[in-house]
Design a protein around this ligand. Sequence first.
Ligand code: ARG
Length: 401
Amino acid sequence: MGLCALAYSGGLDTSVAIKWIKENYGYDVLAISVDVGEERDYEGIRQKALQIGAVDAVVIDAKQEFFDEHLRRAIWANLMYEHKYPAFTSLARPLLAKKQVEVALERGAECLAHGCTGKGNDQVRFETTYAALAPHMKVVAPVREWGMTRDQEIEYAQQHGIPVPVDKKSPYSIDVNLWGRSIECGLIEDPSQEVPEDAWLWTTAPEKAPDEPAYVTIGFEEGTPVSLNGERMDGPTLVARLNQLGGAHGVGRVNMMENRLVGIKSREAYEAPAATIILTAHRDLESITLDRETYHFKPYLELRYAELVYYGQWFTPLRKAIDAFMAETQKRVNGEVTVKLYKGHCEAVARKSDWSLYEYSLATYDTGDKFDQSASKGFIDIFALPAKVAARVAREHGMEP
Ligand code: ARG
């Protein structure tokens, strides 16, 4: 009997999938869970898979790799899909799929399976990664294929001895990793209404946040955050600390209309305190360390990069090429930024860098000014020349310049 490697979350869908794959495809199932910072009982999840009937179950801690290979690059690219979503789910899926493929190849599996529906982006991200890393393998998407309603699925679970959560089920569908928490379904699907307060877990309501602001200083080396208030720490720890601190001050709530790759517009709610703080600080440090032309050009590629990551095109030549550009720009992005957190608001208030391009003697209007103001005259004569000629020709034809 063949082996199928399933990306296993421990939830109802992927639990039912263990049995369903066996029944419908005859494969033994190997359950693979990947820890990208959700802080769950992974040993419990592993045991659950075995109890349901997986022939084996493995858990992989990929937090450091998630930071080093994915989040670091997201920071370099100031990654925000549609200017609002830090794309944490989009960033994690290719890594989950890659880990799954690694184990599948090691164990000689012939099939890969995931628990995504047919309406979302995640199926695309998983399968695009499979196509790049293991094109010879068969792919099964049980939730997309089985056509069961929620009630039928619960009935199937009960008939097959699969534990169904008994507690009053949350109306929301949640996805969590180091970089953020997404909340979908339930009342969130009505965009004319404010996101209900019970959807939020990581963030205090801004109006209930402390009356005193918090300040935090983030140190960057080549665009990567490496310290908080002067204390060096590894990436996952730094991100977790900022999620705590930012969340307490109500920072990082997002509510947006989002364009999915599969053509649907959806209403989304996200909590991403650390991502909000780090990107605010990072952009600010770029504003003092990057030359004007790079600083103006980079956002074009950032936009394309966000799209490409959201679309699940992680293992592609374009992603690697844009990363190479970003990495080159980040060589100068060294220094410290102090961010002020206050009632949901997050602002960079001070910055310091050995790589600063700010020159007091050029900027000041006080004594010590080294800028040669007389040189501006000739500069403007030439700079304004095209406008001057075009305006003259317009006037000759009775047109407003
Ligand atoms: N809309 C976001 C995205 O497409 C979040 C998806 C969350 N995924 C999930 N299975 N709950 O990246």
